[in-house]
Write a protein that binds this ligand. Structure first.
Ligand SMILES: [Zn+2]
Length: 263
């Protein structure tokens, strides 16, 4: 299964899954329809499925126009997003399975950013795993808590950390990586992994390349959002439980220090 990334709007990513054998495609979180249609036309592909992670406009904005153009395509989204997803046909719950191009994806319910948020985990082989995570995880961050609680987000992230293979590639829906890590550096100024990560991000962005997808293992090693049990981070934040540490990092990110973003 091939995945094509389309950058749209200011910093959104749309992902197109390609079934080369049958010339079919599925799209994850189409913020817009036009760039998707252009890509599909150019590559002689027909859209059969739309996988939405949550109801925000920059994830479902293209649904209506895509269904008009490809009326046989079916829209998948979370059961808890019922009534908020244009043309939703499948109402998914935790541990449901969907498929595309002969591959199954586990659906996981990951509330926090919103109350209906789900993600799609495709395990193609032991060495190839893809997680389409919407706005729940970013490189160096997690989604803002628009609807859910800190407890829900912590539980969602902890579930993913405990259950997904380390080699999973994470496809997040926004390019926030540089800003995120510059802010985390203010929290952890002596963290060498964060310093190295920033250098790496800058060199990627200088070439107009994308920091998405990224490896879950590296993220767990580097991002303060996944290191709630790291004694160093607990010391810096003066917190004593994993949950307290996670809350500190999330709140720090909610009122961030000013950082200068230059590539
Ligand atoms: Zn969102």
């Amino acid at each position: 299964m091939k995945v094509q990334l389309l950058p749209v709007l200011e910093d959104n990513y749309i992902f197109i899954l390609i079934d080369e054998k049958n010339r079919e495609a599925a799209v994850v979180d189409p913020a817009l329809a036009k760039p998707v249609i252009e890509f599909l036309d150019l590559n002689n592909l027909t859209l059969t499925k739309i996988f939405n992670t949550h109801h925000h406009y920059d994830h479902v904005g293209g649904n209506k126009e895509l269904i008009a153009k490809y009326p046989k395509a079916e829209v998948y989204a979370g059961a808890n997003d019922s009534g908020r997803i244009p043309f939703q046909k499948h109402f998914l719950n935790h541990n449901d399975i969907v498929s595309f191009a002969g591959n199954n994806a586990h659906v996981y319910y990951v509330p926090g950013h919103t109350l209906g948020h789900i993600c799609y985990f495709f395990s193609i082989s032991n060495s190839e795993n893809h997680l389409f995570i919407g706005d729940t995880i970013f490189s160096g961050g997690c989604g803002k808590l628009f609807e859910g609680s800190l407890e829900q987000m912590y539980t969602s992230l902890n579930f993913l950390r405990e259950n997904l293979p380390k080699n999973t590639l994470i496809w997040s829906a926004h390019e926030y990586t540089l800003e995120n890590y510059l802010i985390l550096q203010k929290l952890e100024p002596n963290n060498k992994n964060i310093e190295e990560k920033i250098k790496e991000i800058i060199s990627i962005r200088k070439e107009n390349k994308f920091t998405v997808p990224f490896h879950f293992e590296n993220e767990q090693k580097t991002s303060s959002f996944f290191r709630w049990d790291d004694p160093e981070l607990q010391k810096i934040t003066n917190t004593f439980t994993n949950f307290e540490t996670f809350c500190f990092v999330r709140k720090f990110r909610d009122n961030p220090p000013i950082v200068k973003i230059t590539i």
